[in-house]
Design a protein around this ligand. Sequence first.
Ligand code: IPM
Ligand code: MG
Length: 358
Amino acid sequence: MELKICVLPGDGIGKEIVAQAEKVLKKVAKKFDHEIYIDHALIGGCAIDEYGEPLPQETIDKCLKADAVLLGAVGGPKWDNIDHNLRPEKGLLGIRKALGLFANLRPAKVFEELKDASCLRSEIVEKGIDLVVVRELTGGIYFGEPKGIEIRNGERFGYNTMVYSETEIRRIARVAFEIARKRNKKVCSVDKANVLDVSRLWREVVEDVAKEYPDIELQHMYVDNAAMQLVINPSQFDVIVTSNLFGDILSDEASIITGSIGMLPSASIKDSNSPGLYEPIHGSAPDIAGQNKANPLATILSLAMMFTYSFSLEKEAKSIENAVNRVLSEGYRTQDIYTKGFKLVSCSEMGDLVASYI
Ligand code: IPM
Ligand code: MG
């Protein structure tokens, strides 16, 4: 197959981790006989430095021309005090919106080898954690209007709007039910319907969509309870579907109970004809940037998701996942997942190891 991939390294550790994923990508292409064309573009802080904006049109154009996009991370202290509308994060939100990527899939799974790294008690982890958060990504309070800060009666008011249309809820619910069909056939829809009107509509529409999926078990949960259930009994979850803001929060929580945020990939998708975007769920980690210490596995696993969701190439995806499992079972660890007795490796050594096991 011919695969056109646009790589957006971004800021901080972004460059180091995507470089490792590119090594793995080249190895997969060679082994499975694919022709790959890799293009690079700027996003986030580095784009601000170069173009004066976090998401230059050139970057959007390159992504639209690609079959899939691989992203590192954006942001850093250098751009913390910049005009709000020019922040590096605007680049990330902007590219999601520009590509129409309304569904964000964040699987959280405990790696057998890393069970001890979880912050939960071992009897909770033993029951297994294998869930996916399906987060709505182009709507909700992240994008709702009106929003802003203004003076009312001599005092400043800040406000945002949490808004969802039926169409937006319906399409994200369908993604969740379809994924559940390929997994354990359970969907938990998370909302705050006891307080928010937008959540009441969310619940009604999800109920409605559920009628098309009689084989899937649907449950509703308030977001505060979901946050608690994730730490006391995570094995009850299969697919969690939720809005943009709740999904942002719950997916960080889901990641850390599996051991390290440095291990978790994500896929943002629209439909099979549009480029998907694949990125680790962690940030740009400015504290360790440039030191060759970062864990590239979340980015490498995001590449595996790209093969599954954008290219429907299951064997290739599996070969990447197997290589990651092998590296872990042979005892190699980057510092974030290192414990005594294991072999500490750098970011680039980790990339070399995974590539060598493809
Ligand atoms: C994420 C991040 C982003 C988000 C930020 C960096 C804008 O936290 O991908 O989860 O809130 O979506
Ligand atoms: Mg987040």
